[in-house]
Design a protein around this ligand. Structure first.
Ligand code: G3P
Length: 219
């Protein structure tokens, strides 16, 4: 399973990279706004900075919602760096645009996916990645992890090559559950990644090892 970080914060991206586990980055307009990055020119510059830090795929989201606009915007984004993946919303013109990008060798991430039917359409259009938003599914009292499991089963039966990128992850438990449910990638905030480190028995055990070492050295 691959790890992507879901942020536009350069420090968090660097920290995840330093941990040695980072395979890529996903962003969206909300995450850009959170960092105070606004306007196309600044946003595109910021993508370039992210792509300098990370070798893996970096998802850059289009703002257009019509086919021509999505294609024009996506082509510009793809020129920023070779590891840019064009992030396209799961809408009718988005699916058409994904097909265009697929046929023209541009990688895509189909975002805002909330159902298995949407997943099938994106896979048929040749999306490189598919982003089911598991946290937001849970918010509506449905089961986000169950959605990942269903999509993973369908993709295996149908031999779809689109990779399942579990998104909208808000805690470490969801990372583990996504791995078990068959996600190819998880994209999550740094906090959720770092949360995987935590276990009280690790802390207790380490404290004991270090105390015993000190005791032994004093003899
Ligand atoms: O990867 C999508 C993510 O950024 C959305 O997360 O927590 O706003 O649902 P959230």
């Amino acid at each position: 399973m691959k790890f992507f970080i879901d942020t536009a914060n350069l420090d968090d991206i660097k920290e995840a990279k330093d941990l040695g586990i980072l395979d890529g980055v996903t962003t969206n307009p909300s995450l850009m706004a959170k960092e105070g990055i606004t306007g196309t020119a600044k946003i595109n510059k910021h993508y370039a900075k992210i792509c300098e830090i990370v070798e893996g795929d970096v998802s850059a989201e289009v703002i257009s919602t019509d086919y021509k606009g999505i294609v024009a915007e996506g082509k510009k984004l793809a020129k920023i760096a070779p590891n840019i993946v064009v992030k396209v919303p799961m809408i009718r013109d988005g699916v058409k645009a994904i097909r265009y990008f697929t046929d023209n060798g541009i990688k895509t991430n189909c975002t805002l996916v909330f159902s298995a039917g949407q997943a099938i359409l994106a896979a048929k259009a040749g999306a490189t990645y598919l982003s089911p938003f598991i946290g937001r599914v849970d918010d509506t009292n449905w089961d986000g992890i169950q959605l990942i499991e269903t999509i993973a089963d369908i993709f295996e039966i149908q031999q779809f090559e689109t990779e399942i990128l579990a998104a909208s992850i808000r805690n470490s438990k969801a990372i583990v559950e996504s791995a078990l449910a068959g996600a190819d990638i998880v994209t999550c905030p740094l906090k959720s990644i770092l949360g995987l480190l935590n276990h009280p028995l690790t802390d207790i055990g380490l404290a004991k090892f270090l105390a015993d070492y000190e005791k032994g050295n004093k003899k």
